[in-house]
Design a protein around this ligand. Structure first.
Ligand code: SF4
Length: 93
Protein backbone atom coordinates (compact mmCIF):
# COMPACT_ATOMS: atom_id res chain seq x y z
CA UNK A 1 0.00 0.00 0.00
CA UNK A 2 1.39 3.39 -1.00
CA UNK A 3 0.20 6.63 0.57
CA UNK A 4 0.91 10.35 0.49
CA UNK A 5 0.83 12.79 3.39
CA UNK A 6 0.02 16.50 3.25
CA UNK A 7 0.80 18.69 6.25
CA UNK A 8 -0.39 22.18 7.21
CA UNK A 9 2.12 24.72 5.97
CA UNK A 10 2.22 26.34 9.40
CA UNK A 11 4.30 23.29 10.38
CA UNK A 12 6.38 23.37 7.22
CA UNK A 13 9.61 22.68 9.12
CA UNK A 14 8.26 19.44 10.54
CA UNK A 15 10.45 16.51 9.53
CA UNK A 16 7.48 14.16 9.74
CA UNK A 17 8.76 12.18 12.69
CA UNK A 18 5.38 11.37 14.23
CA UNK A 19 3.72 10.70 10.86
CA UNK A 20 6.43 8.31 9.77
CA UNK A 21 6.62 6.53 13.14
CA UNK A 22 2.84 6.19 13.29
CA UNK A 23 2.77 4.77 9.78
CA UNK A 24 5.46 2.24 10.65
CA UNK A 25 3.60 1.18 13.80
CA UNK A 26 0.12 1.45 12.19
CA UNK A 27 -1.05 3.82 14.90
CA UNK A 28 -3.67 6.56 14.78
CA UNK A 29 -5.09 7.10 11.29
CA UNK A 30 -2.78 4.43 9.95
CA UNK A 31 -4.37 1.65 11.99
CA UNK A 32 -6.73 1.07 9.05
CA UNK A 33 -3.86 -0.63 7.23
CA UNK A 34 -3.02 -4.26 7.83
CA UNK A 35 0.34 -4.67 9.58
CA UNK A 36 1.13 -7.58 7.29
CA UNK A 37 0.98 -5.39 4.20
CA UNK A 38 3.98 -3.08 3.62
CA UNK A 39 3.07 0.61 3.86
CA UNK A 40 5.17 3.01 1.83
CA UNK A 41 4.99 6.81 2.00
CA UNK A 42 5.55 7.97 -1.56
CA UNK A 43 4.89 11.68 -1.05
CA UNK A 44 5.19 14.18 1.80
CA UNK A 45 4.57 17.88 1.37
CA UNK A 46 2.77 20.93 2.76
CA UNK A 47 -0.48 22.51 1.60
CA UNK A 48 1.60 25.41 0.33
CA UNK A 49 0.22 27.90 2.84
CA UNK A 50 -3.27 29.44 3.13
CA UNK A 51 -5.46 28.90 1.23
CA UNK A 52 -3.71 25.61 0.42
CA UNK A 53 -3.03 25.80 -3.33
CA UNK A 54 -0.64 22.86 -3.22
CA UNK A 55 -3.55 20.55 -2.33
CA UNK A 56 -4.75 21.03 -5.89
CA UNK A 57 -1.54 19.72 -7.46
CA UNK A 58 0.52 17.62 -5.09
CA UNK A 59 -1.90 14.66 -4.79
CA UNK A 60 -1.59 14.10 -8.53
CA UNK A 61 2.18 13.79 -8.17
CA UNK A 62 1.73 11.36 -5.30
CA UNK A 63 -0.66 9.26 -7.39
CA UNK A 64 1.93 9.18 -10.18
CA UNK A 65 4.26 7.65 -7.59
CA UNK A 66 1.67 5.03 -6.83
CA UNK A 67 -0.25 6.60 -3.92
CA UNK A 68 -3.59 4.94 -3.37
CA UNK A 69 -4.59 7.22 -0.49
CA UNK A 70 -3.71 10.72 0.66
CA UNK A 71 -3.66 11.57 4.38
CA UNK A 72 -3.97 15.02 5.90
CA UNK A 73 -1.69 15.35 8.93
CA UNK A 74 -3.05 15.98 12.40
CA UNK A 75 -1.85 19.60 12.31
CA UNK A 76 -4.79 20.44 10.04
CA UNK A 77 -7.20 20.04 12.94
CA UNK A 78 -5.17 20.22 16.16
CA UNK A 79 -3.35 23.44 15.28
CA UNK A 80 -4.94 26.72 16.32
CA UNK A 81 -7.04 27.65 14.58
CA UNK A 82 -7.94 24.40 12.83
CA UNK A 83 -7.63 24.63 9.06
CA UNK A 84 -10.80 26.34 7.78
CA UNK A 85 -10.49 24.56 4.44
CA UNK A 86 -10.17 20.94 5.54
CA UNK A 87 -13.68 19.89 4.42
CA UNK A 88 -13.16 21.59 1.10
CA UNK A 89 -9.83 19.77 0.65
CA UNK A 90 -11.51 16.48 1.45
CA UNK A 91 -14.15 17.09 -1.21
CA UNK A 92 -11.53 18.21 -3.71
CA UNK A 93 -9.57 14.99 -3.31
S1 SF4 B 1 -4.56 26.44 7.89
FE1 SF4 B 1 -5.09 25.09 6.15
S2 SF4 B 1 -4.72 26.25 4.28
FE2 SF4 B 1 -3.70 27.34 5.99
S3 SF4 B 1 -1.58 26.62 6.02
FE3 SF4 B 1 -2.71 25.23 7.36
S4 SF4 B 1 -3.50 23.54 6.12
FE4 SF4 B 1 -2.82 25.17 4.75
Amino acid sequence: MKIGIIICDRYRNCAGGKCFRSAQKREGAFDIYDKDIPLEIVGYTTCGGCPGGNVEYSPEEMVKNGAEAIHFATGFIVGYPPCPYIMYFKKLL
